[in-house]
Design a protein around this ligand. Structure first.
Ligand code: NPW
Ligand code: ADP
Ligand code: K
Length: 497
């Protein structure tokens, strides 16, 4: 897992690296700029591309000047530089790169307070106006220049952070920022990139290593950790010879109603494809024909058999499409000591009967999307506030709370907040959450502790969607296809051929 750090901590890591290694600050800037250029050249391989680099006069601007020079050295001959001289400060590294830039043929235009900006004929703009040094909202000349660039509609590639976007997660929807198509960020993605309020400022981000001391960064205090593929490889237990269905646990899915039987089928199918040894569906009897036709591997349990099931199963998933039946079922579920996943209509029931939250067994996994979360824990004005509430509630109630979104935040009972990087907008369609519930239940049934089950389930769910997009360039993926992609995605991650 990678620790996500604040802008202030990045400066600490910067200082530490410079003090403890032979690398000077100006060289670090050169590394960063070169790393930027490597990705930029993949995005724009045509060396005739006309590029406008807009620089401030701090270190972000210093990067911009170095990038201009490095591109020119690589035969990008149509590079021009604008310099925004709206403040009185100039960093040392900016000044050093300015001196180097004067030795190149690159045209430089400087802008002072109140100046008008000419049209931008270039094909792409590199944003090196302000980076992680941002310390107040944009206004005046800075805001005018940012709006001028945005109005051109030209693609923007931002250096480290789009100008105007605070790096550390506290974002207001009214923030004025440069709207970047790509951000090439140094050493770590910034925390803000994972919050939905940053969507208008960033379409895609890339992270490049610039040589900061990794061991130092990993020791810095931070609640936020980014899940990586190596975490999945460490957690996943390979299926050993001579194992049998009994080895992989028995999952009970409590789901479905007359009009929402599909949710139950999706959750059961995902449970099956995620490796539970046995899966039993507690669904209304009228769903039996569909279950037997679509999922002959899954067993059925009716109302009369339910009391006998509690002790026979290893994990329970409750909620998808459950409708009003949630109220009496959750009573039975909370009296078991089985690991469980609580989703959808079961969460709605909890939000209407909040005293039941106190009765949930420790380490139960709750999987609310934003609306379900706010119904449970109150309305929130920003995602930062919502994530803080998730942390407080997870710690106070000793629950695992998955706050679902493009980047799902996983709040753990120990106060850590994990960020899941996988998944994509092609997955934004009904039934996708039901699949996640089935997957999580399967991993709990296989004996993974809740902490490992959520990392595995969440990462794999998004990775299966990513794999489908990568393989077939699909723009929309139905939930069923994600289910069927689970085993191969897991195989590719953990059993590379
Ligand atoms: N750390 C690393 O590892 C490395 C970092 N590198 C690069 O350095 C960048 C950070 O550089 P930085 O600290 O010089 O700040 P930067 O973003 O250029 O801002 C400049 C100054 O602008 C000001 N200012 C702030 N907000 C403002 C506003 N709204 N409107 C107007 N002015 C505003 C504020 O000064 P103030 O006005 O407060 O005196 C601030 O100091 C980072 O993003 C990366 O690109 C790499 O080179 C290599 C390694
Ligand atoms: N844009 C997206 N990027 C990544 N994952 C997404 C995106 N949109 C939705 N998802 C994932 O799909 C699931 C949707 O859950 P939910 O809203 O409960 O769906 P449903 O109730 O229809 O089953 C979540 O796991 C969420 O993380
Ligand atoms: K920038």
């Amino acid at each position: 897992m990678k620790t996500i750090i604040t802008a202030a901590q990045t400066r600490e890591a910067d200082r530490y690296t410079i003090e403890t290694t032979p690398i000077a600050s100006i060289d670090l800037m050169e590394h960063a700029s070169l790393a930027f250029v490597t990705i930029f050249m993949q995005l724009y391989p045509d060396k005739n591309t006309h590029v406008l680099i807009c620089s401030g006069t701090g270190n972000n601007g210093g990067d911009g000047l170095a990038i201009a020079r490095l591109l020119q050295e690589r035969s990008y001959d149509a590079v021009a530089v604008w310099i925004a001289r709206f403040g009185s400060n100039e960093s040392d590294e900016f000044a050093a790169n300015m001196a180097r830039l004067y030795n190149t043929p690159i045209p430089i235009t400087e802008f002072f307070p109140g100046d008008e900006f000419p049209p931008i004929p270039q094909r792409v703009v590199v944003d090196a106006l302000l980076g992680s040094g941002l310390n107040k909202p944009l206004q005046g000349d800075w805001l005018r220049m940012v709006q001028h660039i945005n109005q051109t509609g030209k693609p923007v590639v931002a250096v480290d952070v789009p100008t105007g976007l605070p790096a550390d997660g506290v974002l207001s929807p009214s923030e004025h920022t440069l709207q970047a198509h790509h951000v090439i960020s140094f050493q770590r993605p910034k925390l803000s990139f994972f919050f939905p309020e940053s969507a208008k400022s960033i379409r895609h981000f890339h992270v490049v290593d610039i040589g900061l001391d990794e061991a130092f960064i990993e020791k810095l205090p931070s609640d936020f950790k980014l899940i990586e593929p190596s975490d999945i490889q460490q957690i996943y237990r390979h299926r050993e010879p001579f194992t049998h269905k009994g080895t992989y646990g028995h999952a009970l899915i409590i789901a479905g109603d007359i009009q929402t039987m599909g949710a139950a089928l999706l959750a059961c199918e995902a449970c099956l494809y995620s490796g539970a040894g046995l899966t039993t569906a507690f669904i209304p009897e009228m769903g039996l024909a569909a279950l037997n036709t679509r999922l002959p591997e899954v067993m059925y349990c009716g109302v009369d058999e339910l009391p006998g099931m509690w002790n026979r199963v290893d994990a329970i998933g409750i909620g998808p499409g459950l409708g009003q039946r949630a109220s009496w079922l959750i009573d039975g579920v909370t009296h078991t000591d089985k690991p469980m996943v609580i989703d959808a209509d079961a969460l709605t029931f909890l939000s209407q009967n909040r005293e039941w939250l106190d009765r949930l067994p420790k380490y139960s996994i709750l999987t609310p999307h934003m609306k379900e979360f706010d119904r449970l824990f109150g309305a929130h004005k920003s995602w930062w506030d919502r994530v803080q509430t998730a942390k407080e509630q997870a710690v106070a109630r000793q629950l695992v709370i998955l706050l679902k979104n493009q980047y799902t935040f996983i709040a753990l009972p120990d106060g850590n907040l994990l960020i899941n990087p996988t998944g994509n907008p092609a997955m934004a369609s009904g039934g996708m959450g039901d699949v996640l519930t089935g997957m999580l239940t399967a991993f709990l049934a296989q004996g993974y502790p809740p902490h490992d089950a959520v990392i595995l389930g969440c990462y794999l769910h998004g990775a299966a969607g990513d794999q489908l997009v990568a393989d077939s360039n699909k723009v929309v993926i139905p939930a069923r296809q994600v289910v069927q992609a689970i085993p191969a995605t897991l195989g590719n991650l953990c059993h590379p051929r």
